[in-house]
Each structure stands twice: as structure tokens, then as C-alpha cells.
Write a protein that binds this ligand. Structure first.
Ligand code: ADP
Ligand code: TZP
Ligand code: MG
Length: 282
């Protein structure tokens, strides 16, 4: 009988949240969600620093425990900073999370994302549409959001398989595709994760926040696969708890409840018992 998701990642699910040791996460991210990303990191007791000036990259890198490189709002200067941060992180052996925001809608982002892969990031993420683009699968996604068609079971299985094949060339990297169901894949395994609520697709920055949470967990010393599974599962369970609290309220209230839950849900020692998912091999 194959191990369940909770059994397989039990050590990660028992990691105290909010974190005891406050990892410093250097974030080169987009202006649309930068404040949400910073506050989500603080909510789990990580320490964000949003520093993307070319002259500061290596100095902050030396002080950081992990790095988030988010392609959501590029400029020539931002691209230069992201490239330098990726090289500096590799040189200083800092864990890196790349968020491939909008690569399906922009050849500039797609090319940059592809080139960043060569510097051995620990985690490369995006939504289903963005990761489908990365591995050469068609998608009806528009802009930076998912399309419904990409989350059908057959499409999910196809993406999981293609990501595992793609990952053969990147054995150091975990790939995460988010959506109504999430796919986590490496060169040797693939999992589907089935938590969360539809409202998580209704306020901007939720994928950006997941990328930051992964970086914080990497900075706490967790390996890439458990860090990715834990970050997505915890965030989505926060979304579920927030939806229960705001069943009649609007999206602004739901969003605030998600942030409340980020700092509170981990105090329930059994928060992870409702985590759902399975291995694609099983
Ligand atoms: N319809 C949905 N049902 C449940 N969870 C969702 C849904 N849409 C997104 N999520 C969750 O919200 C987070 C952000 O995912 P997504 O919206 O795909 O990223 P992005 O904001 O980058 O497009 C992920 O943890 C994902 O599992
Ligand atoms: C709307 C938008 N435009 C460029 S970045 C961004 C935010 C994207 O955040 P997420 O990928 O978490 O939805
Ligand atoms: Mg995104």
C-alpha cells in the first residue's frame, strides 16, 4: 500500500508554523502584490526584504536565507537585477524560487525564465497555464491567470507526465503548477494536491504568496519537495479556513481572513489532517 501524502510528508507537516527561526527572504517581485508578499512572509514569521536595485543585490544576498525571483512586472532594469540575483544566489548557494508569472503571454518573460533554469533554482513555479507553456503544452490561459480547461483531470495528468520528463534535464529542481488542483513534479515523482477554494483565484497575488512561502521554508532548511508541498498545502488550508469564516462576506473580507489564517492556522496541531492529494504513480 503506497504511503499517503500526509505520511510521505509528515516531517514537513509537523514543522512549527509560524516559524521559530525567522528566515530572511530577498524578494525581487512585482509591484502588484509586493505588499501582500511581504505581509504573508511576516505572518509565518519569516523576514522579507524587497530589494531589487542592481547595486544592492549581492550585499543583500549575503544576508539572506533564500531568494524569490518573480517575473510578474519586468523592465530592463528589473531583468538585469533578476539575472544578477540568480547568478549571485548560485555562487553563494542560496535557495532560489522562480515564479514564471505570465510567461505564456510574453516571449521576453519566457526567454528569461528558460535562461534562469540553467542556474539550478531549487523550485520553479507558476500556474497551470504558465507551466504548460514552459513544457510546450497548449493552454487557453490569458494574461497571468489560469484557464478552466487546464484543470481537467486528463490535462492535469498530461502536465504531470510532461513535467516529470522536462525535469530530467533539471534534477536539482522541483516544479510546481498551481490551480484548482496543484501539480508538484521532479525528475522522479509527481504529486497532485487538492486543497484550497475557488476564492483563492479571485484576489491578485495568491500565486506570488505561495512562491514566497516556499522560499521561506527553503530558507528554514526544508528540502525543495517538502517545502513546496507544505507551502501550497498550508496556504490552501488557510484559504479553506478563511472561506468558512467569510461564507457570506465578499472577497476583501475573504482576503483579510486568509492573512489572519496565515498567522493562526498553524497553532492548530492538526491543521494538516485535512490535506488531500496523491502520488501520480499510485
Ligand atoms: N479554483 C481553485 N480552487 C482551489 N484552490 C485554488 C483555486 N485557484 C487557485 N487556487 C490556489 O491558490 C493558489 C494560487 O494559485 P493560482 O491562482 O493558480 O496562482 P496564480 O495566482 O499565480 O495564478 C494556489 O495555492 C492554488 O492551489
Ligand atoms: C496582475 C499581475 N500583473 C502582473 S503581475 C500580477 C500579479 C500576479 O500575481 P499572481 O501570479 O499571484 O496572481
Ligand atoms: Mg502567478
Amino acid at each position: 500500500m503506497p504511503m499517503s501524502l500526509i505520511e510521505h510528508f509528515t516531517a514537513a507537516f509537523h514543522l512549527p508554523l509560524p516559524l521559530h527561526a525567522a528566515p530572511l527572504v530577498q524578494c525581487l517581485t512585482n509591484e502588484i502584490s509586493v505588499e501582500s508578499v511581504a505581509n504573508a512572509l511576516l505572518a509565518i514569521n519569516a523576514k522579507p526584504v524587497m530589494a531589487d536595485d542592481l547595486r544592492e543585490i549581492t550585499g543583500f544576498m549575503a544576508q539572506s536565507d533564500a531568494v524569490l525571483l518573480n517575473l510578474g512586472h519586468l523592465s530592463a532594469d528589473r531583468e538585469a537585477s533578476i539575472r544578477l540575483a540568480s547568478q549571485a544566489a548560485q555562487a553563494q548557494q542560496r535557495p532560489v524560487v522562480i515564479d514564471l508569472v505570465g510567461i505564456g503571454a510574453s516571449p521576453i518573460r519566457a526567454q528569461l525564465g528558460q535562461q534562469l533554469l540553467a542556474e539550478k533554482p531549487m523550485v520553479v513555479k507558476g500556474n497551470l497555464g504558465e507551466l504548460r507553456h514552459l513544457v510546450g503544452l497548449p493552454s487557453q490561459a490569458r494574461g497571468v491567470d489560469n484557464s478552466q480547461a487546464d484543470s481537467a483531470d486528463l490535462a492535469l495528468a498530461g502536465l504531470a507526465h510532461r513535467l516529470q520528463t522536462f525535469a530530467q534535464a533539471y534534477p536539482h529542481t522541483v516544479f510546481l503548477a498551481t490551480g484548482p488542483t496543484d501539480i508538484v513534479a521532479t525528475a522522479t515523482t509527481a504529486w497532485r494536491l487538492d486543497n484550497g477554494v475557488a476564492q483563492l483565484d479571485r484576489f491578485t497575488g495568491t500565486g506570488d504568496i505561495v512562491g514566497a512561502l516556499i522560499a521561506a521554508l527553503l530558507g528554514s532548511g526544508l528540502a525543495a519537495l517538502p517545502a513546496t508541498v507544505l507551502a501550497v498545502s498550508y496556504f490552501n488550508r488557510c484559504g479553506e479556513a478563511a472561506a468558512l469564516l467569510a461564507s457570506k462576506a465578499g472577497l476583501a473580507t475573504f482576503r483579510l481572513n486568509v492573512f489572519d489564517q496565515l498567522s493562526q492556522l498553524g497553532q492548530d496541531p492538526e491543521w494538516f489532517l485535512a490535506v488531500k492529494g496523491e502520488n501520480y504513480g499510485s
